[in-house]
Design a protein around this ligand. Structure first.
Ligand SMILES: *Cc1c(COP(=O)(O)O)cnc(C)c1O
Length: 390
């Protein structure tokens, strides 16, 4: 028995250090890391530029409060807005908080216009976080069990079904919130044509479009933001996971016309955008640019995907590979995800599940090709031990 609450079903493994895409447990056993802290460790573990920037910033100033101007926060906001084609940013500490801010901002935007619009429509199987509002936004019943009463004002529709979305819209609808690729929900892609049609529909009806890129943002899918695949810009964009390379930071970006509704005192966060987390995020963006990491994501993603596809040809339990860049899912014919993940771990490879019957890979964006090759070898051994060769 220990003193931690039991809310996490943890694997029987304690990781104590890492370097690049390799991690070690307390017994000094080495693993190839296809999880990267769930799409968080953008530059892998202990990247020298991250180590140096964080150490330097810790020795300068970690935190000072949003009572004051924070030059690093201003710089990060300018940098992210320029990349996303949006105007203003708010910083917090997690994905749920970034989405919570997006939901509040959408409601406030219509409130400020004297309009009774407040409902947010999201997709079935979506995941938007664990706060009361964001778990209500989440299109999965399992995260809601036992937490009623839930906040009002959320509706869910099937993904990639424009007619269903059109039907769900009424005079109370404020916004549509979508993940360009559902990460937790099973690596389901929102089709480019669907996203373009949703954008057009929102424009026609005067609704806000929110993209939750907490998992897909910051290079993960082979573009800085996944919305670039469809060529569709949201009114509000949320980021977190990979943004700080492991240091907690979340962001909500918006067009100025929308962000103007967050006037002084309307929203806030004690830790949000402190000098340490902003320095970490600026370093992530610097290194992505300097080391041409987005190109690497496309290359490495194609390589990992073709490796997964060739496993699908070899093993009968595998149904197919899907995803984009380095957010990839291996779909299974039966519920073997935890068996495969366990065997892979025994072979020295870390993987994670997504939705029902999907094994997910979200490695560091700079994972070396050799680590992908060896990871695939370890996965092959794991699947062989599980049986089920064609
Ligand atoms: C992980 C995730 C969240 C929640 O992020 P937290 O930092 O755990 O609060 C929200 N949306 C998406 C798409 C995510 O993948």
């Amino acid at each position: 028995m220990n003193a931690l609450m039991s809310n996490y079903a943890r694997y029987p493994l304690a990781l104590v250090r890492g370097r690049g895409s390799r991690v070690w447990d307390a017994k000094d056993r080495e693993y190839i890391d296809f999880v990267a802290g769930i799409a968080v460790n953008t530059l892998g573990h202990a990247h020298p530029a991250m180590v140096q920037a964080i150490a330097e910033q810790a020795a300068t100033m970690i935190h000072c409060s949003n009572l004051y101007h924070i030059p690093l926060q201003t710089r990060l906001a300018e940098r992210l807005c320029a990349l996303a084609g949006l105007d203003e940013a708010f910083f917090c500490n997690s994905g749920a908080e970034a989405n919570e801010a997006a939901i509040k901002l959408a409601r406030k935007y219509f409130h400020d216009r004297g309009m009774p619009r407040h409902t947010i429509i999201t997709a079935n199987a979506s995941f938007h976080g664990r706060t009361l509002a964001t778990l209500t936004a989440t299109g999965q019943d399992k995260v809601k069990q036992g937490f009623t009463p839930l906040p009002a004002g959320f509706k869910h529709v099937p993904l990639n079904d424009l007619a269903a979305l059109e039907q769900a819209i009424d005079e109370q609808t404020a916004a549509v919130m979508l993940e360009p690729i559902q990460g937790e929900g099973g690596v389901h892609i929102a089709e480019d044509a669907y996203l373009r049609a949703v954008r057009a529909l929102c424009d026609k009806q005067g609704l806000l479009l929110i993209f939750d890129e907490v998992q897909t943002g910051i290079g993960r899918t082979g573009h800085m933001f996944a919305f670039e695949h469809a060529g569709v810009r949201p009114d509000i964009l949320t980021l977190a996971k990979g943004l700080g390379g492991g240091v907690p930071i979340g962001a909500t970006l918006a067009r100025r016309e929308v962000s103007a509704s967050f006037g002084p005192g309307s929203h806030g966060s004690t830790f949000g955008g402190n000098p340490l987390s902003c320095r970490a995020a600026l370093t992530v963006l610097d290194v992505i640019e300097r080391e041409r990491i987005i190109e690497h994501v496309r290359d490495a993603g194609a390589m990992l995907r073709s490796g997964l596809e060739s496993l699908c040809a070899q093993f009968a339990c595998l149904a197919g590979a899907r995803g984009r860049g380095l957010l990839l899912g291996l779909a299974l014919k039966e519920n073997l995800a935890s068996d495969i993940i366990e065997r892979a771990r025994e072979e020295g490879l870390l993987l994670l599940p997504a939705g029902n019957n999907v094994v997910r890979c979200t490695p560091a964006l700079n994972i070396p090709r050799d680590d992908i090759r060896q990871g695939l070898d370890r996965l092959t051994l794991a699947l062989t031990r599980l049986g089920g060769h064609r």
